[in-house]
Design a protein around this ligand. Structure first.
Ligand code: HEM
Length: 138
């Protein structure tokens, strides 16, 4: 169980590295206008999205594996609340893909300021999910 938990946390860190960096790239992408920069941001965003998706899938896989090893955990209200926030995190992850496509096709609808606020969301979710997973308040 502890090996599963260790790798669960390792891949969660990988996932969050992308969730913190990708929206930052959106800020710079929204500020750029020259073709070489726009192209470079497009490549960086797509590659980072692949890496963070691998992190997300493996975080979930090791999480599900722990539930299979210890199904009594499913009775915990903390895990229900945690998985609800994880569902929000997955929606945020998929929204990032939509924004990559919008920025790539030059149809970006948001200002760099909007992306700065968008960038704050994963931090709030990280704090809430880790507190639920470690403290298990209910
Ligand atoms: C589908 C996604 C996920 C599932 C099914 C899942 C499930 C679990 C389970 C069953 C545990 C073991 C709890 C225990 O033994 O005390 C755990 C631990 C943990 N999870 Fe997740 N998790 C998921 C996503 C996440 C995410 C996104 C984060 C971070 C933001 C996260 C952070 C943690 C942490 C820090 C622990 C260690 C808690 C401790 O040992 O006290 N998990 N997770």
């Amino acid at each position: 169980m502890l090996w599963l938990k260790a790798f669960h946390i390792v891949f969660m860190v990988t996932w969050f590295a992308g969730l913190f960096y990708l929206p930052r790239l959106f800020v710079y992408h929204a500020q750029a206008s020259d073709a070489p920069s726009l192209e470079r941001f497009q490549v960086m965003e797509r590659r980072l999205f692949v890496i963070m998706t691998i992190g997300a899938v493996l975080t979930a896989a090791f999480g599900v594996a722990m539930v299979m090893v210890a199904p009594y955990l499913l009775a915990g209200g903390w895990l229900h609340a945690k998985l609800t926030l994880v569902a929000v995190l997955i929606a945020y992850h998929l929204w990032c893909w939509r924004l990559i496509k919008q920025l790539g096709s030059g149809r970006a609808r948001h200002s760099d300021r909007w992306y700065r606020w968008f960038n704050e969301v994963p931090g709030v979710l990280l704090i809430a999910i880790v507190v639920l997973a470690v403290v298990k308040p209910f």
